[in-house]
Design a protein. Structure first.
Length: 273
């Protein structure tokens, strides 16, 4: 059983929703990343999404684009990101880590070599933003051979037929993008999210995570009542950006926001709302 599956089953048994936190590896410098990952876990994060810096992150808004740019000034590569996961694993053998990024660096490295290196370092899943299920066969095979989960995105505009196709290729969990547009855009419509999550549940038994537009404890608690996982990205990266000149303050700043979200999510469960 994978770390991702184990984590979701444990949380489901406790009646709790997973908190998934995204940060970009190497932002604002590589030395911050591993201490930040540990601080996220201590604050209540259940799964870490670690962004692989890329020069053309087309699905990301300006906040995460800037994070990639800061990391790339230090020439952070896919191999270095994998090495950071290996370093994280020297202290944490339990928290799932999902690499989130774009196909080009993986193609350059080679599917087989990438999957083997990622698995050896302790990566649990891979989300390749610009790889649709129709074109994923070779990478999917390489990931499966190494026991890595393949995470896919579902959009608000995805038809029932496409949802079924995506879910058939997915493992670990599926990621529902709750807003049209790029990361960090607009605000959430909880009723629309609830309707789409219900539709996705009819197509899969995998846990469903909801991301994009979750900015604070209140929105995390609201979405936590609808999904199996609350996924937070831009709000965390904004905390990194606000402390670029004080990198030692970044782990605490990010952990403070995550801790607020975790408490709000758990309080909603405890209150029975």
């Amino acid at each position: 059983m994978s770390r991702i599956q184990t984590t979701f089953e444990r949380l489901r048994g406790d009646g709790r929703t997973a908190l998934v936190g995204f940060v970009t590896a190497g932002d604002p410098n590589p030395g911050v990343t591993v201490p930040l990952m540990h601080a996220m876990v201590e604050a209540g994060t259940n799964v870490i999404e670690l962004g692989v810096p890329f020069s053309d992150p087309m699905a990301d808004g300006p906040v995460i684009q800037a994070a990639s740019e800061r990391a790339l000034t230090h020439h952070v590569s896919l191999r270095q990101v994998i090495a950071l996961v290996r370093e994280f694993r020297s202290r944490d053998a339990h928290t799932p880590v999902v690499l989130m990024g774009y196909l080009n660096p993986i193609e350059v490295m080679g599917y087989g070599e990438f999957a083997a290196a990622a698995a050896e370092a302790g990566v649990d899943g891979v989300l390749t933003v610009d790889l649709p299920p129709e074109e994923c066969h070779d990478l999917l095979q390489a990931l499966r051979e190494q026991g890595l989960d393949s995470i896919f995105l579902i959009a608000p505009t995805s038809s029932p037929e496409r949802i079924a196709r995506i879910c058939a290729a997915a493992a670990g969990f599926v990621y529902y993008v709750s807003l049209k547009g790029v990361t960090g855009a607009a605000t959430l419509d909880a009723d629309a999210v609830a309707a789409k999550v219900a539709e996705i549940r009819r197509a899969t038994e995998l846990p469903i995570g909801v991301g994009f537009g979750i900015r604070d404890a209140a929105s995390a608690a609201r979405i936590g009542g609808l999904a199996d996982a609350v996924i937070v990205g831009s709000a965390l990266v904004q905390q990194v950006a606000a402390n670029v000149e004080r990198p030692d303050a970044i782990p605490r700043a990010v952990a403070t926001l995550l801790g607020d979200m975790r408490r709000a999510m758990d309080q909603k469960v405890a209150s029975g709302e």
